[in-house]
Design a protein around this ligand. Structure first.
Ligand code: GLU
Length: 383
């Protein structure tokens, strides 16, 4: 994984070209305009041509798309102005079908398969669900699909939800160890003052650290004219950059907004200080709650040292109570701590699989589980 967004002189388009895994967030206002023919199909086609070009170049792309509530309200002919929460949730259920269909049709023209993923905060935050969401999404990417993600608005509890797709997109980017998050906005980046009111407002092209001064710009100067609000975009930037994901805010309204960047369109770039894989390993290494310990044989210890995954066949002892996704410690036969990692199985299942080859897993636990007890991506060696 490359460490992107590290160099001051790097342009927004160079950042995109250098990324391997990109999350692109699209706001409702870009996709849907109730005054002008509703769904902005030709804009969507332009964006998808841009994305298809990246996809053909071998990049893995995840779309985070808003618009379900706006489309659903229109389809259900709900009253203008404020609507109740249950009406919003109902609208999301209707609109999500239309939204997913629109993305599917636009990508189909480029022979790219899409997949719909609806998430709630716990899906990206609790470790157990995080592993499931991460591995499903990674499998889709490996098969060349473009996942289209939104919040599961219809069934989320309104108090427990992301609420805005800027932060949802940042969490998805962090969970997937993406190199880059692109927020397509109605403004071409962060300004120190509101540019529509102040001629002397300065555009900020590169933000290397999200200081209080930068946060204050989000709260005051930009809040009135950026639809999602610049404050939530800066909150997204904090989540992303802490996880090693660089972030771009750019104007999404152009016909092909990503290509526009190579033609010199302005953007604000938030740099990340470390690679996403390093950030993930720090997160695992720094977890305070270790739920159990696994002792492994010499063969497995050697394999771990070479960067391989831990398989149940090399395990000799398991202590503690843990669930899939919990952090566990891994010790060698002498009891020395070798590594920490996220367990792919619960303690009860791991007990049953200990010493076994993967061909026997289904007969033992009743389903054809994954081969690794701790996947190499979820494992950090303690030296
Ligand atoms: N999930 C909402 C929707 O699809 C949008 C949230 C947002 O725009 O930030 O309608």
């Amino acid at each position: 994984m490359t460490n992107l967004g590290h160099h001051k002189e790097q342009s927004a388009s160079a950042l995109i070209e250098g990324a391997e895994k990109i999350v692109i967030k699209i706001g409702s206002a870009l996709l849907f305009n109730p005054e002008e023919n509703g769904l902005q199909t030709s804009w969507l086609e332009g964006l998808v041509s841009d994305v298809a070009r990246l996809h053909r170049g071998g990049k893995q792309v995840i779309i985070v798309s808003s618009g379900a509530i706006a489309l659903g309200r229109d389809e259900m002919k709900l009253a203008k102005g404020r609507i109740r929460l249950d009406e919003k949730q109902a609208a999301a259920a209707t609109g999500q079908i239309i939204l997913a269909q629109a993305w599917n049709d636009a990508f189909k023209a480029h022979e790219i398969t899409t997949a719909q993923i609806l998430l709630a905060p716990e899906d990206t935050e609790t470790r157990r669900k995080h592993l499931n969401a991460r591995s499903t999404m990674q499998t889709l990417l490996n098969y060349g699909c473009v996942p289209v993600v939104n919040e599961n608005d219809t069934i989320t509890t309104y108090e427990i939800r992301f609420g805005d797709n800027d932060r949802l997109a940042a969490r998805v980017a962090a969970m997937m160890s993406a190199d880059l998050l692109v927020l397509l906005s109605d403004i071409d980046g962060l300004y120190d003052k509101n540019p529509s009111r102040h001629d002397d407002a300065n555009h900020i092209p590169v933000i290397e650290s999200i200081t209080d001064e930068i946060m204050a710009m989000g709260e005051s100067a930009n809040a009135e004219f950026a639809s999602g609000g610049m404050a939530t975009k800066l909150a997204a930037a904090q989540i992303a950059t802490q996880s090693g994901v660089a972030m771009l805010i750019c104007d999404g309204s152009a016909v092909a907004p990503l290509s526009a960047l190579s033609d010199g369109a302005k953007a604000s770039m938030f740099t990340a200080k470390m690679a996403p894989s390093t950030a993930r390993k720090n997160w695992i290494a720094g977890a305070l709650d270790c739920a159990g310990t696994i002792t492994i044989d010499d063969g497995a210890s050697t394999a771990l040292g070479k960067g391989r995954s831990l398989l149940p066949a090399g395990v000799t002892k398991i202590t503690g109570t843990f669930e899939r996704g919990d952090v566990i410690e891994i010790c060698n036969a002498k009891g020395q701590l070798l590594a920490r990692g996220l367990s792919g199985y619960s303690a009860a299942e791991a007990q049953m699989l200990m010493g076994q080859k993967s061909a026997n897993f289904e007969a033992i636990i009743g389903y054809d589980g994954r081969a690794e007890l701790v996947h190499a991506d979820d494992l950090v060696l303690i030296t």
